[in-house]
Design a protein around this ligand. Structure first.
Ligand code: URA
Length: 257
């Protein structure tokens, strides 16, 4: 059955649907030799679909990894400036993974990468409100007033931030640390929230997404999530578990008749 091209590309694990739409709009997707348009449908069984110069084939095994991103890595799939990419850190895996959301070039810590377009799209969707906790190091110290502003919400140029949690404040004379938990994922949100209350961020590290903790994964290293963790993530964003394929021949409703 013909399906929208962005859905087929996401199902094959090449990118999120949004990224696939951008590739279609950029003319990087051909169907039977013709450049496709947004909205086009195709059938993997009958059509020859080429994405970024490579033939699209049936899905590879889906995996999701938890990476401890170092500072100085970019979370896009390409960088015109030639900077190091987070995908370089998982290049030893057979699957081609892409990051779920982004961490800034100078932000470190927990970043998920996957080849599961559906999971990526849902986890990045603001509707799901998945909590993310950041360890923040700032110059100077946090006053009660600044803590209250961060907690209650701050008016940024793209609207007021939702209530956040501030915990484990360790005020020092020169620098201070605290944990900030937010449920949104706006661009540079933590840095902009801090700027708005006159706090200069000197280090920013994401340590938790939902129930997933960075734990003792070393900087620049990753671990593959277990199937239980992936199931729990899917539950968090309400993706129904696929039933296992029918084992033809044995145990089917017709066997033994
Ligand atoms: N907030 C930021 O400011 N930067 C990040 O990388 C993530 C959240």
């Amino acid at each position: 059955m013909p399906e929208r091209l962005q859905k087929l590309i996401a199902q094959a694990g090449l990118a999120s649907r949004r990224q696939a739409e951008a590739w279609i709009a950029d003319g990087r997707v051909l169907v039977n030799g013709t450049v496709s348009q947004l909205g086009d449908r195709a059938d993997l069984a009958h059509d020859n679909i080429i994405v970024n110069g490579r033939k699209l084939s049936v899905a590879e095994e889906k995996i999701t990894v938890l990476l401890n991103k170092p500072r100085g890595y970019i979370s896009t799939l390409k960088d015109p400036q030639g900077r190091d990419l987070v995908t370089d850190l998982v290049a030893d895996l057979q699957q081609r993974l892409f990051p779920i959301g982004r961490l800034d070039y100078n932000t470190e810590g927990l970043l998920l990468l996957t080849n599961d377009g559906d999971l990526s799209q849902r986890l990045s969707h603001p509707r799901h409100h998945v909590e993310k906790t950041y360890l923040v190091k700032v110059r100077g110290s946090l006053t009660e007033q600044k803590i209250c502003s961060l907690r209650d919400g701050i008016l940024l140029n793209d609207g007021k931030t939702q209530p956040a949690r501030v915990a484990n404040v360790r005020n020092g004379r020169a620098t201070s640390w605290f944990e900030l938990t937010i449920r949104e994922g706006r661009n540079r949100q933590v840095r902009r929230m801090c700027e708005a209350v006159d706090l200069q961020v000197v280090r920013l590290k994401r340590v938790r997404i939902g129930f997933l903790e960075l734990g003792n994964v070393a900087t620049g290293r990753y671990r593959i999530l277990t199937s239980q963790e992936v199931d729990k993530l899917k539950k968090l964003v309400q993706i129904k578990k696929q039933p296992p394929p029918f084992n033809e021949g044995i145990g089917t409703p017709m066997s033994g008749r």
